[in-house]
Structures are given as structure tokens and as C-alpha cells.
Design a binder for this molecule. Sequence first.
Ligand SMILES: NCc1[nH]cc(CCC(=O)O)c1CC(=O)O
Length: 324
Amino acid sequence: MSAPVRVGTRRSLLATTQAGQVADLIRTRLGRETELVEITTDGDRSQAAGTPITDVPASNTGVFVGALRDALLDGRVDVAVHSLKDLPTAPAAGITLAAVPEREDPRDVVVARDGLTLGELPVGSRVGTGSPRRAAQLHALGLGLEIVGVRGNVDSRVRMVHDGTVDAVILARAGLARIDRLAEVTEVLDPLQMLPAPGQGALGVECRSDDALATELAGLDDPRSRAAVQAERAVLATLEGGCSAPIGALADVVEGDDGDELWVRAVALSLDGALSVRMSASGATADAIGVGNRLASDMLADGAGQLDPPAADPATDEPPEVQP
Ligand SMILES: NCc1[nH]cc(CCC(=O)O)c1CC(=O)O
């Protein structure tokens, strides 16, 4: 008899539901007992204290991720379950992304008052989102919507529509699906109008690199989902090297003559949505990272690095050098 696999999760309803789903897979597919362990993250703490997320130091990118990874490395848990879109693209020392289970529908959705779609919202309607990517793409639609910065968990954002704080919010369909709230959706956004965040709708199952559990957890991997998110995250990683603009990316897996192919679309936008670089690429799923990297390089060559005023370098207070 082996000890139960300890599955680490954040405390929110979405996080515990996601972790519960991975624990179910570990039990049914791998035949191992499991135990959920709730880890309070810096993100949860700052949220409880009412600190806006933008006040969290930039070194805390992936603020929701760090505490779970610490628990993994400390040996308090054996598995960490994350929303892949919240995982930084840089690898973490000693940690392996052991599985990307089959992905949920990655699209963004609208939850609006009175069953309205985006196009039906009157000019001046207040739309809540804390995501620069969603805000920029909403501005780019030219509907005259007022973007209101909101934060909090999925449940509290839906409540802002019901209590009239905002006319609508934009959320990931996957999050609502996982907590069984799809009935709230008033429109599923076409990726032509709103490209999701890289990795949206997918889970990342991490474990310690030196743990034999990694080989077992690989049994939960869905190769198509993994290839898609690898391509999207490669777009993000390469663009992050050259720009700070909001980024959307979506890879679709299609059957080609020589096996599965990836069709990848991506956009980088200025914060106000006025400027954007939008491109597509395709290639073999086996070359997912290469496809994403090339797409992002083409976007940088087309000006994706010049969409936003460069931030000042805090060390010198001088603006950074801009590539010609
Ligand atoms: N940034 C928060 C977050 N991280 C993952 C999801 C939803 C689930 C997913 O995309 O996998 C959400 C909420 C949202 O964006 O609506």
C-alpha cells in the first residue's frame, strides 16, 4: 500500500474544483488514493487584505503559483494543480509539468444583464474585467464600452452583474464550466474578436522533477492539449522577450495528411486597443514550440514590440533602449 498522493490547491472554489478533478483522474486512471491539501497563496492573502493585485510586486508574477510550488518543493504536497494560463512561461527549478489533461473550451464568454450579448449592450455600458488582454480587445471592437477594472473570484465577478455594479463581465468559459455556472453565460465570444490567454482552459499538473510520480502522472496527459498550450506559451514567451503588450493566443489542433497539425492565431495590442499586430501560423504538433516561437518572431518583426510606451528602468529611471 502506497501513501495517498497529496494534491495541492489554492483555496478558491475554482481551484479546489480543478484540483478535485485532477484527484479524480489520479484515482480512476492511476489507481492511487488522493488527499486534497489547501495552500494559502500570497494572492489569496493580498485579496483578503483588499490590496489591488497591481500592488503586488512584479517579482511575484504568478502570484497564485509560488506558494503551491513552494509546498511542492518542501514536500508538503506531491502534486500542484494550476490553471495553465496563470503559470509563468519560465521553467521552475526542480519542478516538472507532468501532465496537461484534456483542455476545456478555451474561449472567453460574456455574462451580461438581461441576457445581452456584447453587441446588444448600449454605448457607455460598464464591462468589468481586470485583464489588460480583455480590456484592449474590448476597446478594439469599438463598441463604446466603458471598461471597469474588477477583481476577485469568478463567483464574485458574476455577482457584480446581478447586483448592478457592472452591466457585464468577461470570463473564461472554462472557469464557469468547472464550477457548473455555464447557465450564466449570455454570449460565447468568437476568438476572431477575443483571443483567449495562452493556456486558457487547460490545467497544469506539476510534481517534483525527481519524483517517480512524474512517470505515472504522464498518464493524465492529453498530447493534443499539451501541443496546443506549448505553442501558445511559446508565443507568449517569445513576445514577452520583446514587448509588454497584452497578448492573446489560441492554437487549434486539426487533422492533416501527415498527422495532427496546429493552427495558431495570436494578437498583441496596445493597452487602449488602438494598435495591434495579429498573425497566424501552422505546423506539425511535434514542432509546437517552434511554431509558436516563429509566429511570435514574425509578430515582433511586424512591430509587436512597439505597441506600448516602454516602461522606465527602475534602476536608472531611464527609459529602456528601444529596438529600431
Ligand atoms: N486569472 C484567473 C483565472 N485563471 C483561470 C481562470 C479560468 C479557468 C481557465 O482559464 O483555465 C480564471 C478566471 C477567468 O479568467 O475567468
